[in-house]
Structures are given as structure tokens and as C-alpha cells.
Design a protein around this ligand. Structure first.
Ligand SMILES: NC(=O)C1=CN([C@@H]2O[C@H](COP(=O)(O)OP(=O)(O)OC[C@H]3O[C@@H](n4cnc5c(N)ncnc54)[C@H](OP(=O)(O)O)[C@@H]3O)[C@@H](O)[C@H]2O)C=CC1
Ligand SMILES: CC(C)(CO)C(=O)C(=O)O
Length: 293
């Protein structure tokens, strides 16, 4: 397949390195400097013995003639991305944490799939990525795509080292990941703690339970099942720093609006714990100069 990957950060580079072994991969980036490095040196995945050659372009040069677009930018970059003229001939696979992008995508009129990522990846330079946690990518069709097309797509992308799993329904898939992120991410970011603190710090554990209860009530999920799952993920990724904690530490805007904000927007009664963490994360972003108000 001829695959265009939008965004060459942690996940874009990881996907480019794996898919570039079997497909014609084109990376689409914002800066000319990064485009030149990717075109000249390919992607260096620290776990591979050789660099993976890829084509590289500026994101303003997207055109028709691709088989798939894979979008690996963060939630807060989605508005600008969707505002540009996008080619309509190929499906788009959106791989963001949170659910804030769904409404925007349904208005965009694209053939679209959504996915969740269970890998851990960290970009260490403009073309270097460290694959820190092996997992899979789950995908489901969202708009203007037949499930049969989605299934065929996941089969074409799937390899043993970069597994892609097809899911019949997008909503349960995204909700399961949202619960994990709305409980673990803000608390670990607020208290600058690794994911295991959800289990080991009694007060963080108490706050996590309340966040989980609120999220389950909004999403219509069983608290007992979801709380067990949150604890398993906190254990399995115990040493990791959540993506929100990393964003705060590195003075970047977080994805809190599409995670905790999504729960708040869809709740029908007061959600004091979500309300607090959303504003607490906003406060940290504001103090770091990345949020205006
Ligand atoms: N990293 C991980 O382990 C995991 C990530 N995820 C999710 O995957 C998504 C991507 O995360 P991650 O890769 O870590 O994020 P990164 O910040 O590492 O990468 C995002 C990249 O997108 C680029 N970008 C932003 N806007 C555009 C645009 N319009 N056109 C082209 N490129 C653009 C950014 O460039 P610039 O920096 O120049 O703005 C950056 O290089 C997030 O939703 C995240 O929550 C989920 C699970 C695990
Ligand atoms: C699963 C978890 C919590 C792993 O750190 C994650 O998805 C994130 O940090 O965004």
C-alpha cells in the first residue's frame, strides 16, 4: 500500500518504521528541516538494526493517489489539520487518545476509521524513535466506510511485530481507552508520579476510584469491571510516565480537553472530580504559558 502518515512524532515515527518495511510510506510533516532529515536518513527505530527509508513531504503537499492516510497528530492539532483541503479518495485512520475528535470527524465528510494505540513510543529526535512498550493498534470504521473495508485494511497493516486488530464497533473500543486515560493521565500529571501511583499511593487511589466512577456513570459502563481494568493497566505500565504527565513536564498543551473534557461535556449531572482535574490541568498549562485562558 501507499501510506501517508501525518505527523512524525512518537507514534508517527513508530508506525512509519514498522509499516515502511512492507509498504511505501510517505511521512507528512510541518517543518522543512524534519522533512529533509527523514528523506535523507529514513526513520531510526532504536530496536531495529537498520534505518527504514521513507519518502517525506510537507503536510501542505498532501494529494490524491494514496491508499491510506494515517493521522498521528495530537488532539489539539486536529482543528487546524481538518481545516485544510484534504484529499477525498482514500480513507483516513485517526489514532488519537480521547474522544474529542469524533464530532469534528463526522463533520469533515471523510472516509474514516478510528483507532487506539496500546504501544508506548517516544520520539528522541526528528527521525529517531524508541519503542518502549509493545502492544497493538485496534481499529474500527467510523464514517463512510464499510466494516468489510476496515477489516481488509487491518489485515493489510497487520504484522507480528506491529499487530493491528479489527474491532466491529468504534464506541466500546474508544470508551475503554478513554476510561484508562481519564483516570490515570490527569492524576499522574498533577502529582508528577508514574502510573503505578494509582495503586500504591492511597490518596491517589481514592481520587482515581472517584474519577473512574464518574466516567463509568457517563459512559454507561460497569464500575467494577472498568476499575479492575484501570488497575491492571496501571500495574502493566507502572514505571511509565503518562502522556499527560510528559506533556506537563515538557511544557506542552495536554489532551485533557478531549479526555476529561469529553466526559464533562457528556455528563448529565455534576462531576466534581472531573471538573477539578480539568481545571487543575488547565492551571498547570496556563502557568507554563501554553494556555491563554
Ligand atoms: N506516544 C505514545 O506512546 C502514545 C500516544 N498515543 C496518542 O497518539 C497521538 C499522537 O501522540 P504522539 O505521537 O505521542 O505525539 P507527538 O507530540 O510525539 O507527535 C505529534 C506530531 O504531530 C506533529 N503535527 C502536529 N500538527 C501537525 C500537522 N498539521 N501536520 C503534520 N504534523 C503535525 C507534531 O509536530 P510539532 O511537534 O512540530 O508540532 C508532532 O511531531 C496522541 O493522541 C496520543 O495521545 C496513544 C498511546 C501511546
Ligand atoms: C495507557 C497510558 C496511561 C500509558 O501511559 C496512556 O495511554 C497514556 O499515557 O496516554
Amino acid at each position: 500500500m501507499k501510506i501517508g502518515i501525518i505527523g512524525a512524532g512518537s507514534i508517527g515515527l513508530l508506525a512509519g518504521a514498522h509499516l515502511g518495511k512492507h509498504h511505501e510510506v510517505h511521512m507528512f510533516v510541518k517543518k522543512e528541516e524534519q522533512r529533509e532529515i527523514l528523506a535523507a536518513q529514513g526513520i531510526i527505530c532504536e530496536q531495529f538494526t537498520e534505518a527504514v527509508p521513507v519518502h517525506a513531504h510537507l503536510v501542505t503537499q498532501m494529494s490524491e493517489g494514496y491508499d491510506l492516510w494515517m493521522v498521528t497528530i495530537k488532539q489539539h492539532a486536529m482543528d487546524d489539520f481538518l481545516d485544510q483541503d484534504l484529499p477525498g479518495d482514500a480513507p483516513f485512520l485517526f489514532l488519537q487518545n480521547g474522544m474529542g475528535h469524533l464530532e469534528k470527524l463526522s463533520q469533515a465528510g471523510l472516509k474514516s476509521c478510528v483507532g487506539v494505540i496500546e504501544h508506548g513510543a517516544l520520539a528522541k529526535g526528528q527521525n529517531v524513535v524508541d519503542h518502549r512498550g509493545q502492544g497493538n493498534i485496534q481499529i474500527a470504521v467510523y464514517k463512510r466506510m464499510d466494516p468489510i473495508q476496515g477489516q481488509a485494511l487491518s489485515k493489510e497493516l497487520h504484522t507480528a511485530h506491529f499487530p493491528v486488530v479489527f474491532k466491529e464497533q468504534y464506541e466500546p473500543m474508544l470508551k475503554s481507552k478513554l476510561i484508562i486515560n481519564t483516570v490515570i493521565n490527569p492524576l499522574t500529571a498533577l502529582f508528577s508520579q508514574p502510573n503505578r501511583s494509582i495503586l500504591t499511593n492511597p490518596s491517589i487511589n481514592e481520587l482515581a476510584r472517584f474519577l473512574c466512577e464518574e466516567a463509568c456513570s457517563v459512559l454507561g459502563l460497569s464500575f467494577f469491571e472498568e476499575w479492575e481494568r484501570v488497575k491492571k493497566v496501571a500495574e502493566a505500565t507502572g514505571e511509565n510516565h503518562s502522556s499527560m504527565m510528559k506533556d506537563i513536564t515538557e511544557n506542552r498543551l495536554t489532551e485533557v480537553d478531549s479526555i476529561s473534557g469529553y466526559i464533562l461535556d457528556h455528563g448529565k449531572c455534576p462531576l466534581p472530580y472531573h471538573h477539578f482535574v480539568l481545571h487543575a490541568i488547565h492551571a498547570l498549562e496556563y502557568e507554563r504559558g501554553v494556555r491563554k485562558r
